[in-house]
Design a protein. Structure first.
Length: 276
C-alpha cells in the first residue's frame, strides 16, 4: 500500500443504512426486469421500505426478485446526505425536503464513487509518482460533496466535468500499475465481450474499463493487474478466477457475477453470500 494512503483523510465509502433515511429506496427509478420485480418511479418509496427506513425483505432480496438492490452501492452517499449535509431532514415531511434530499443524493453518489476509485488508486504503490495529484483530486472531490445543498452548490454539469477530469488521472494511475504487462496487455476498453469465452485469453494487465462482459466465461482466468473499472460483470462466470490483484474491482461487480470458493478476490471486499 502506498505511504500516501495513511495521510489522506478517508471517508466511509460503503453504505451504512442505519444512518440514512432510505434514499436509495426512494430516489431512483426501478424498472420491472430481471433486476427488479416491480416498476417504481423516481421519488416513490419502494413497497418493501418500512417506516423506519429499513428494507422489510433485506435478507431475501434475490429470492423475491430484487437482485438489483443487492448489487447497488451508494458508496456511502446515503448517510453523507442524510446525516451530514441534511441532518434531521426527512423526505416524508414535504415536497421541498424530498426534492432537496433526492437532488443531493443524485450528485453525491457519483462523487462518492469517484472518491472510492481515488482511494483505490492512492493505495497503489505503482501510482506513487501521482501521489500529490491523487491526494489533491481526493480533497477537491470531497470538498465538492461538502458544497452540495449549500449556497453556490455544484450542478450536474460541474460534477460531470469534474468526474471527466479525474477519470484521466485514474487512467494514468492504472497505466502505471499495469506497466509490468505493458508489452502483452490487451486493450479491450468498452469492448462487447458479452457471453464470450475468455478462458483462452491472457487478461493479465488488460484494460477492460467499461467492457460489456455480461455472461462472459472467465472461469479460472488470471486477471492480475487488469483494470475492470466500470466493466459489466453481471452473470459473468468467475468461478476459479483470480481477481485478488485486479484493479478497481467493486463489491457491486462481485455481487452481480457468479463465483465460488476458488474465486480469489481483493482482500478488502466481501465475498458474496450467494456464491457457491
Amino acid at each position: 500500500m502506498s505511504d500516501l494512503a495513511g495521510s489522506v483523510p478517508l471517508r466511509v465509502l460503503r453504505a451504512e443504512c442505519g444512518r440514512c433515511v432510505g434514499l436509495c429506496c426512494v430516489a431512483p427509478l426501478f424498472v420491472a426486469s430481471a433486476e427488479f420485480a416491480v416498476t417504481k418511479f423516481a421519488g416513490d418509496p419502494c413497497p418493501n421500505l418500512a417506516a423506519d427506513n429499513r428494507c422489510t425483505i433485506h435478507d431475501r432480496l434475490r429470492e423475491r426478485g430484487f437482485p438489483g438492490c443487492v448489487t447497488y452501492d451508494c458508496f456511502g452517499a446515503g448517510q453523507r446526505v442524510s446525516s451530514e449535509l441534511f441532518p434531521g431532514v426527512d423526505w416524508r415531511t414535504s415536497e421541498a425536503a424530498a426534492s432537496a434530499l433526492f437532488d443531493a443524493f443524485e450528485l453525491v453518489r457519483p462523487l462518492h464513487e469517484l472518491l472510492w476509485y481515488l482511494e483505490a488508486a492512492i493505495a497503489l504503490e505503482a501510482a506513487l509518482p501521482l501521489a500529490q495529484r491523487l491526494a489533491a483530486a481526493h480533497a477537491e472531490t470531497d470538498a465538492l460533496v461538502g458544497r452540495v445543498g449549500a449556497p453556490g452548490a455544484p450542478g450536474r454539469i460541474e460534477v460531470d466535468l469534474h468526474r471527466g477530469a479525474v477519470a484521466g488521472l485514474l487512467r494514468e494511475a492504472s497505466a502505471l500499475a499495469r506497466a509490468p504487462y505493458a508489452a502483452t496487455a490487451l486493450d479491450r476498453r468498452g469492448a462487447d465481450l458479452g457471453e464470450a469465452d475468455l478462458r483462452t485469453l491472457d487478461l493479465r494487465g488488460a484494460d477492460l474499463r467499461g467492457a460489456e462482459m455480461l455472461g462472459a466465461d472467465l472461469r479460472g482466468v488470471d486477471l492480475d493487474l487488469a483494470d475492470v473499472t466500470g466493466a459489466d460483470l453481471r452473470a459473468a462466470d468467475l468461478r476459479g478466477a483470480q481477481l485478488s490483484g485486479a484493479l478497481f474491482v467493486t463489491g457491486s461487480q462481485l455481487e452481480s457475477a457468479i463465483g465460488d470458493h476458488a474465486t480469489r478476490i481483493p482482500r478488502d471486499l466481501r465475498r458474496p453470500t450467494h456464491w457457491s
